[in-house]
Design a protein around this ligand. Structure first.
Ligand code: ADP
Ligand code: MG
Length: 265
């Protein structure tokens, strides 16, 4: 459906964003002067090693954290709090409400986030749970599901609300390798089908290439943008020479050195 709209104004703008934490020995700069834009229909991946500030950035875009400097704007308006226009899928398997069924989890989010009636929310929830292959599990409770199934519910819940921006913080990192690959493929198909604009965080280069249309590599301490990579459509298929070539290019240009040069520009 909708591809990146090159001439449209960007959906999301990060303008010189720095984010700090109070730390035992003073102030810790987790994210240092990060700027980028995200156009509607893009799937932008923030790629970097543990501790480089990926989750911090995502939490700020989600409205859970305030930048110490700079601005984050969605549709031209500064983000000040969380909202149903930005749904986040987290790595942890405990993000569902344990006392609600699979259907109940998605329905509740739709009633609260989109103000749907119970009946409408039920229909939309069933539709989305079908799209992630869980039609037979709508009445199940989260504790009876596998990790992959729980993540599918979380993805269905997030997409069902039709957010302007889908935020994903290493949603597949805690899954076994085979399930992770399945889930990456499923997510890719869903996002392409719905034209969802996505900001995806990962430490895996292969995952970044598989799910992203563009990759921003980060380096840690403090977290900065180091390089940007476009992912052409033909590069997205695993096992192709193009995929392997981009993987090793990113590896060498960003992660080969233990102390990579920072791109301060
Ligand atoms: P990533 O998601 O890339 O692994 P994070 O955003 O979680 O990185 O963390 C970036 C840096 O900020 C790390 O040095 C981490 O220790 C620090 N940090 C993260 N959350 C907090 C917090 N709540 N309080 C203090 N420091 C934090
Ligand atoms: Mg993280």
């Amino acid at each position: 459906m909708a591809g990146p709209q090159i001439n449209a104004p960007p959906l999301l703008v990060l303008d010189n964003v720095s984010i700090g934490y109070r730390a035992p020995r003073g102030h810790l700069t987790a994210v240092d002067r990060v700027s980028f834009t995200l156009a509607a229909g893009e799937r932008l991946v923030l790629l970097g090693p543990s501790g480089c500030g990926k989750s911090t950035l995502l939490r700020a875009v989600g409205g859970f954290l305030k930048p110490s400097a700079g601005q984050i704007r969605l549709h031209g308006k500064t983000i000040t709090k969380p909202g149903p226009d930005r749904m986040t899928v987290f790595q942890e398997f405990d993000q569902l409400l344990p006392w609600r069924s699979v259907l109940g989890n998605v329905r509740f989010a739709l009633q609260r986030g989109n103000g749907l009636s119970r009946r409408d929310a039920t229909d939309v929830a069933r539709d989305w749970l079908g799209r992630v292959g869980l039609e037979r599990f709508v009445d199940a409770y989260p504790h009876t599901l596998s990790g992959g199934m729980k993540q599918r519910v979380a993805i269905a819940r997030a997409l069902a609300l039709r957010p302007a921006l889908l935020l994903m913080d290493e949603p597949f990192a805690a899954l076994d390798a085979l399930t992770r690959r399945h889930m990456q493929d499923e997510l890719l198909a869903l996002c392409e089908d719905t034209g969802s604009t996505t900001l995806f965080v990962t430490h895996g280069i292969d995952e970044a290439i598989r799910v992203g249309t563009r990759i921003l590599a980060m380096t840690p301490h403090p977290g900065r943008l180091a390089a940007s990579f476009e992912v052409p459509v033909e590069t997205r298929a695993r096992g192709t020479p193009q995929f392997a070539a981009l993987e090793s290019h990113i590896q060498q240009s960003v992660f080969a050195d233990s102390a990579p040069a920072h791109a301060d520009a």
